[in-house]
Design a protein around this ligand. Structure first.
Ligand code: GDP
Ligand code: MG
Length: 437
């Protein structure tokens, strides 16, 4: 996966403080290849890597993070930015609000119409009307009726009327008369872009002036999705994109390509055939998906926030001189706690997440340790070797623990110290704690 490749191509950077042109060029080749594999349009991929290059150059590499990881983060953030950064809103003004669907046959328009009606009904208290403007296939009307029944929403149909513009207009009148405040118009698609379909949907749009015209596209169609999006947008100037069938193993590269080519926000993603399989589009999550890297980005972010560079250097120096003491130990524990929920954190480490899914990691695990260290005198903390039996008893009492716990901690500490000494070749003690070398 891309994140592993980035790590690899950044090996040469170890020990350097900055990202330089030479290592960036190599890495970006990998990024571009990965984007193409994820179905990103080649022009978009090129434009993207150029942008990342200028962002990456000269970035300071924080001690706590491997340069490869930082690069992954830069790539991730740039991907998310290009896909709109924020989650886009739907315009619900107007009474009724009119939302028009467009897209090829099989893209998921009818299913999405049902999903959207369900969502806005339950979350916004909207009273939706589903309108069947796919006049060519009787089965299409039945399909909408079945969906509507599942979510208990009325459907507007006109038997025998073959004019979708009229049907749409009549449906809006019907909605007003019946105090329905949301009209969702499902239209007919074709298997490929076709002049009659375009004329028809453009005519509906012109007649009903919807608050939102949404373009629905099957994310599994890859490169074709981009061309289709462009043709629909040229014709309809739509307001947003719905990316369906993201529950498959598609990487979602279409999201980036479409967004870049038509510069319209992606508003929703469909993640299954069921009516509740609908999500708002989150650029950052999609960037994760395109990179195929799980949560490594959040991990890097957390480490970045929590870890202080100067402190890391000082710690390294102490370990090298075998001066690591209980004060440092305490500081490290606090550092880890600052990083948040331990299990959550551990689960972000690639390869670890699945393994610890069912393991109990107690966030209070450190509380006892903290109490014990706090019951030590300054001298004991700095020179743990003086902590004899009577001191151990006193510490146990002071910390409200028992002598076994104190013994265990001191033993663990000594082992940790030994291990750290043995691995001072490794630049960054945090890496050890995070289980990455
Ligand atoms: P339309 O021709 O554009 O109206 O497309 P439909 O709504 O009829 O959907 C075509 C097919 O795709 C149907 O079998 C749907 O169940 C399926 N479908 C729609 N959205 C999704 C989705 O998000 N995930 C999956 N797996 N299937 C979907
Ligand atoms: Mg349909």
């Amino acid at each position: 996966n891309l994140s592993e490749r980035l790590e690899r191509s950044f090996k040469i950077l170890k020990g350097e403080g900055k990202i330089t042109e030479i290592n960036v060029a190599e890495t970006l080749k990998d990024v571009r290849r990965a984007l193409l594999e994820a179905d990103v349009n080649f022009k978009v991929a090129k434009q993207f890597t150029d942008e990342v290059k200028s962002k990456a150059m000269g970035q300071n590499v924080i001690n706590a993070i491997k340069p490869g990881e930082l690069m992954v983060k830069i790539v991730h953030d740039e991907l998310a930015r290009l896909m709109g950064g924020e989650t886009a809103q739907v315009n619900l003004s107007g009474n009724p609000t009119v939302i028009l669907m467009s897209g090829l046959q099989g893209s998921g328009k009818t299913t999405f119409s049902g999903k959207l009606a369900r969502k806005l009904k339950s979350e916004q208290g909207k009273r939706p009307l589903l309108v069947a403007c796919d006049v060519y296939r009787p089965a299409a009307i039945d399909q909408l009726k079945v969906l509507a029944e599942q979510i208990n929403v009325p459907v507007y149909t006109e038997d025998g009327n073959k004019n979708p513009v009229e049907i749409a207009e009549n449906a809006i009148r019907h909605a007003k008369a019946n105090h329905l405040d949301l009209v969702i118009i499902d239209t007919a698609g074709r298997l490929a872009v076709d002049e009659q379909m375009m004329q028809e949907i453009a005519a509906i749009k012109k007649a009903v002036k919807p608050q939102e015209t949404l373009f629905v596209v099957d994310s599994m169609t890859g490169q074709d999705a981009v061309n289709t999006a462009k043709e629909f947008n040229d014709r309809l100037d739509f307001d947003g994109v719905v990316l369906t069938k993201l529950d498959g193993d598609t990487r979602g590269g279409a999201a980036l390509s479409i967004r870049t080519v038509v510069t319209k926000p992606i508003k929703f993603v469909g993640t299954g055939e069921k009516l509740d399989a609908l999500d708002l589009f989150h650029p950052s999550r999609m960037a994760d998906r395109i990179l195929g890297m799980g949560d490594i980005v959040s991990l890097v972010e957390k480490a970045q926030n929590a870890y202080d560079e100067k402190q890391a250097r000082e710690l390294q120096r102490k370990i090298a001189k075998n001066q690591f003491n209980f004060n440092d130990f305490l500081q490290q524990i606090q550092q880890i706690q600052k990083m948040g929920n331990l299990k959550e954190l551990a689960s972000m480490i690639p390869g670890v997440g699945k393994a610890i899914k069912d393991v109990d990691i107690d966030d209070n695990a450190f509380k006892g340790i903290e109490a014990i260290i706090r019951s030590m005198t300054e001298q004991e903390r700095q020179h743990p070797e003086i902590i004899n039996g009577s001191r151990r008893k006193r510490i146990a009492k002071g910390s409200g623990t028992d002598i076994q716990e104190v013994n265990r901690l001191i033993k663990q500490f000594e082992e940790a110290r030994k291990m750290m000494k043995a691995v001072t070749g490794i630049k960054n003690p945090m890496a050890l704690m995070r289980g990455m070398k």
